[in-house]
Design a protein around this ligand. Structure first.
Ligand code: IMP
Ligand code: MG
Length: 427
């Protein structure tokens, strides 16, 4: 019974929610290890559509324990809002566990997100505005608030005052509204009774679960190319979405991980600013956006769309030690005469096979395409690989070869059932 990490291998929104939900049905634990409510997962179960931001996808599987690890930043208001929504729709949410070491998004870190984006002007990151970056900044500056601080009110007050002492001059200078420490503390303390039953030592619980042979799925938020270290810095999120983040963000060591599954769309999207070599700015991009429903679950923003980028896939495979690819939304590509696949870049007149480690070079990268024949059939009802039209099969095989990692499942629609499984991800 394995420990499986499932993460995004492009710039987010690859369809991790559905893939995690499918694994979650068979797992004892689903653990969110990074990010916060900047994420947006859509999971379709039968007629019901669920949009989750902060909660792990495992919350929808009755036998699974959903866990928020220490690497996550928690907006308590959003947490209880999402729980109330699920409760009202008949989902049992009582199993949720939260690490006592997870950090708390505060009214002032949220405010700093907006003020800092504003101050950056045209150099802005295009954040989701949820306070994610400033909360991780407080964590690294040792000014953060953790879930456990809620149970020590005097300490909590001292910590809020310390953090505000750093921030208030900046808030004032950037034209923000000053916050009173007392109000912040009172607001945070109003959650104590409701949080208390969920709090636990996540590292201890997960390691015991693995000792007992249970299946643990680690769910990455955001994506490899948005990772703080390995993504397109500074146009990244402020946490480690890559496989290593699952270990630091939960307290489970790397020797215990059995599989690393990278989720990739059959094309690529990105929200927010930053380089994106295969981006399509004209009608082709428009076509992908409409066909793929590429509008953000969290912010409603139109996603930037482009063709499949094999150097990005290989890069992701490498930095994550990926064992499997889950290829999603293949059905969106039906109806194209030919499908471009980026196989390498042209940078300053030279052919470059891999993602360069220089951000400036990557920003100048132009895609070099191979063109594969398309197919016109609707593939959303295909249940096995052989059901796919010949050209769709060839596209998948080509993408697998050029990405240098095996494809273990193919998504052909939003529902749990619309998945062609080539290889079991839990075995
Ligand atoms: P932040 O995570 O709100 O700080 O945003 C930093 C960057 O990551 C921005 O470009 C966001 O659009 C992007 N981002 C954050 N979360 C997601 C996500 O779940 N899907 C896609 N992009 C995301
Ligand atoms: Mg999303």
């Amino acid at each position: 019974m394995p420990a499986v990490i499932i993460l995004g291998a492009q710039w987010g929104d690859e369809g991790k929610g559905k893939a995690t939900d499918q694994l979650g049905v068979r797992a004892e634990y689903v653990v969110k290890y990074n990010g916060g409510n900047n994420a947006g997962h859509t999971v379709v179960v039968g007629e019901e559509k669920f949009a989750l931001h902060l909660l792990p996808s495992g919350i929808l599987s009755p036998a699974c324990t959903p866990v928020i690890g220490n690497g996550v930043v928690v907006d308590l208001d959003v947490l209880f809002g999402e729980l109330a929504e699920l409760d009202s729709r008949g989902v049992d949410t009582s199993r949720l566990r939260i690490s006592s070491k997870a950090h708390i998004i505060t009214p002032y870190t949220k405010m700093m997100d907006a003020l800092s984006e504003n101050a950056l002007g045209s150099a802005k990151i295009g954040t989701t505005g949820r306070g994610i970056g400033p909360t991780y900044a407080d964590k690294a500056s040792r000014l953060g608030l953790r879930i456990q601080d809620l149970f020590e009110p005097a300490e909590l007050r001292r910590k809020v005052e310390a953090s505000l002492a750093h921030k208030t001059p900046l808030i004032r200078a950037l034209g923000g509204q000053e916050l009173s420490a007392s109000e912040v503390v009172d607001q945070l303390l109003s959650y104590v009774d409701r949080v208390a039953p969920m709090v636990c030592d996540v590292a201890h619980e997960l390691n015991e679960a693995l000792d007992a042979g249970k299946t643990v799925v680690f769910e990455g938020g955001q994506s490899t190319m948005l990772d703080l270290d390995h993504g397109t810095y500074p146009y990244v999120t402020s946490s480690n979405a890559t496989a290593g983040g699952a270990c630091t963000g939960s307290g489970v060591g790397p020797t215990r991980i059995n599989r690393v599954v990278g989720v990739m769309k059959a094309y690529v999207t990105r929200v927010g600013e930053g380089p994106f070599p295969t981006e399509l700015l004209g009608t082709e991009g428009e076509w992908l956006r409409e066909r793929g429903g590429e509008f953000g679950v969290t912010t409603g923003r139109a996603r930037r769309c482009g063709w499949y980028d094999a150097p990005v896939a290989r890069y992701s495979s490498r930095v994550n030690g990926m064992t499997d690819i889950v290829l999603t939304k293949l059905d969106v590509l039906s109806g194209l005469e030919q499908i471009p696949v980026c196989v390498a870049y042209e940078i300053d007149g030279k052919r470059v096979e891999e993602v360069p480690s220089s951000e400036a070079e990557f920003a100048r990268a132009k895609p070099i395409y191979e063109y594969l024949p398309g197919w016109s059939e609707d593939i959303s009802q295909c249940v096995c690989f052989e059901d796919l039209p010949q050209h769709a099969q060839e596209y998948v095989r080509y993408v697998e070869k050029i990405s240098m990692c095996r494809i273990s499942s193919i998504g052909v629609g939003a529902d749990r059932t619309q998945t062609i499984i080539l290889r079991d991800l839990i075995d």
